[in-house]
Design a protein around this ligand. Sequence first.
Ligand code: SF4
Length: 336
Amino acid sequence: MKEAYLYEKLDEKKVRCRLCGHGCLIKDGSKGICGVRENRGGTLTTLVYGKVIAMNVDPIEKKPLFHFLPGSRAYSIATVGCNFRCRFCQNSDISQMPADYNRIMGEDVSPSNIIKKARETRSSTIAYTYTEPTIYFEFALDTARLASREGIRNIFVSNGYMTEECLMNIHPDLHGINIDLKAFSEKFYKEQCGARLAPVLNSIKKARDLGVWVEVTTLLIPGLNDSDGELRDIARFLAGVDPEIPWHISRFHPTYLLTGISHTPEEDIHRARDIGYDAGIKYVYTGNLPGDDGEKTFCHGCGNLLVDRYGYSIRNNFIKNGRCPQCDEKIPGVWE
Ligand code: SF4
């Protein structure tokens, strides 16, 4: 067990965790909402340090990050646990394991071992993904610092519920992040995720201000977050933060506790994409629609095809030195 970072000790052996927007007040012998941080005699401990439940080499497009080293490999890791309770979670078997089964599993792996595996697999990045990286922050931070020193970059795939303090601590070693903006209503965040909207909006702004490369994903769930008004709110917010933040609109598949809702109709994904462009976002993508034109990158300046994708594969990447070869428009992102 390792002592947690970012918490304070209070009276009567209570502690306050400062890692995410829940700010759990935890009594001696209890755990926080994420189920992987426990107060042991007045000391907050992480139960998942180095307990890796998933290790895979993924294309970076799967995260999705489309403007960050396209075609590169991301050595992808996770521990169990999450600070959200999304009823539509696609990885609920590991993210909700502590909550649903009161169980913590994982193979003991050290940060240096992760770096070694990333090197062996010629991965350009380490992706902290599948579950919420904030809840295994200590392991992610130690690994990320080591990776940076070794010339490997770090990316988070996150629900964006971390505190500013958490982001401030990791940002020098965090090079990219995809943040889920799951909806634009408190009702949705409360009822579907057991969380609040405001901390997520704040993280998008803060990460961008800190110079971390940010992309945003919204899973479009029929009847829950797909109205024109809500999509316009999301799009206007993102365009207001920075119109160069790519927005991924992803197709929902029934899963976990939301099996009574059907797949997102293709036309609704396209409707959302149009709303994004109308709001001024320069790069809007469709997700979980293999073969759709919305998977490709077209130059915002001249409409030229820049990156030809099919699913998670890159067929062609025409970007030269971060610019469009036809009109010389600077394409936002990390290309080298
Ligand atoms: S990470 Fe979030 S959910 Fe977990 S103990 Fe800390 S404040 Fe609570």
